[in-house]
Design a protein around this ligand. Structure first.
Ligand code: DOR
Ligand code: ZN
Length: 334
């Protein structure tokens, strides 16, 4: 049987939530990933060393062997001194959510000018700024493009600040990245590589595919696939796996977030195989991001088998991406 063995991947953008369900989501990630960069948009947010270390400990207790890489949320009025403290406590990124841009982002930043001194401290400390790059006041399909103007200003004002533009979703962002200096990079998700608005709402509405930024046009998907499958040196994998309880996705007001980690590697293997780029998958999921963050490469491996696998219908009360579908690759149990 055909198999594919990769250096164990990293998921450099995911949401593990809190409470009873967190352990199940963390263990699900641990099946495919050695490390995960855990987003801080919890309630309350992760925004101080004690809270961050407590969350890391809880995650790693629930999923032995999985390393939680930690993030803190940038908040208006934050003291710039927090940056050195968070760095000392091991934070890898400070995350900027534009106010109201997505799930639990009501307390976010309305303009980067609000946190100039914090960004200056991050630049000084060599702390990576991670951005949910959507301008919430723009029309939904233009939110990411609209944010690029603000990003340009951030890059101009903080020329040494390392930046990751998260979950790129449109061709303009890929073109924009080309014009950026080498210390600006981007993450790409499974769902933005695979789906478009037509999948989300061209037929029946698919709430489990609704996320922010929304999946876009075929031209956008294609631009992302071409960039990633050609081995773009500044694009790496972040699932943005964001489980929500089934009832909240299927009710009258559907929260944004797609639960993508369970089927991530099988779906990516199918895509890269179709694109004739299976040999590039390991760089995308296991090397480029680790190198950008200055992390050691993982020493373990993950084996995928070319064998049919049906994605479970529900995990931890949430419906995973491609639920009930039969995929042609599966993660071999280790
Ligand atoms: O769709 C999304 N869901 N996008 C985000 O940026 C946040 C995430 C969540 O936390 O549910
Ligand atoms: Zn996210």
């Amino acid at each position: 049987m055909k198999t594919l063995t990769l250096r164990k991947p990293d998921d450099l953008h995911l949401h593990l939530r809190q409470g009873d369900v967190m352990g199940e989501y963390a263990r699900e990630s641990a099946r495919s990933f050695a490390r995960g960069l855990v987003m801080p948009n919890t309630l309350p947010p992760v925004c101080d060393p004690a809270g961050m270390l407590k969350y890391k400990k809880e995650i790693e207790k629930e999923a032995p062997g999985f390393e939680a890489l930690m993030a803190f949320k940038l908040l208006p009025g934050m003291d710039p001194g927090i940056v050195a403290e968070m760095k000392k406590a091991g934070a890898l990124i400070g995350k900027l959510y534009p106010a109201g841009a997505t799930t639990n982002a009501e307390d976010g930043i309305s303009s980067y000018r609000q946190i100039r001194d914090v960004l200056a401290a991050m630049e000084e400390e060599g702390m990576v700024l991670s951005i949910h790059g959507e301008h919430p006041e723009a029309p939904v399909l233009e939110r990411e493009i609209s944010y690029l103007k603000e990003l340009k200003d951030i890059i101009r004002d903080f020329p040494k600040l390392k930046i990751v533009l998260e979950h790129l979703s449109c061709s303009e962002s890929i073109a924009f990245l080309e014009s950026c200096p080498g210390h600006v990079a981007g993450t790409v998700t499974t769902h933005h590589l695979l789906y478009t608005l037509d999948d989300l709402m061209g037929g029946a509405l698919k709430p489990h595919l609704f996320c922010k930024p929304v999946v876009k046009r075929e031209e956008d998907r294609k631009a992302l696939v071409d960039a990633v499958c050609s081995g773009h040196p500044r694009l790496f994998y972040g699932s943005d796996s964001a489980p929500h309880p089934r009832a909240s996705k299927e009710g009258g007001s559907c929260g944004a977030g797609a639960f993508t980690s369970p089927a991530a590697l099988p779906l990516l293997a199918e895509l890269f195989e179709k694109e004739g780029a299976l040999d590039r998958l390991e760089d995308f999921v296991s090397r480029i991001g680790a190198e950008f963050y200055g992390l050691p490469l993982n020493s373990g491996t993950l084996t995928l088998k070319k064998e049919n696998w049906t994605v479970p219908g529900e995990i931890g009360g949430a419906v995973p991406l491609a639920a009930g579908e039969t995929l042609s690759w599966r993660v071999a149990e280790s």
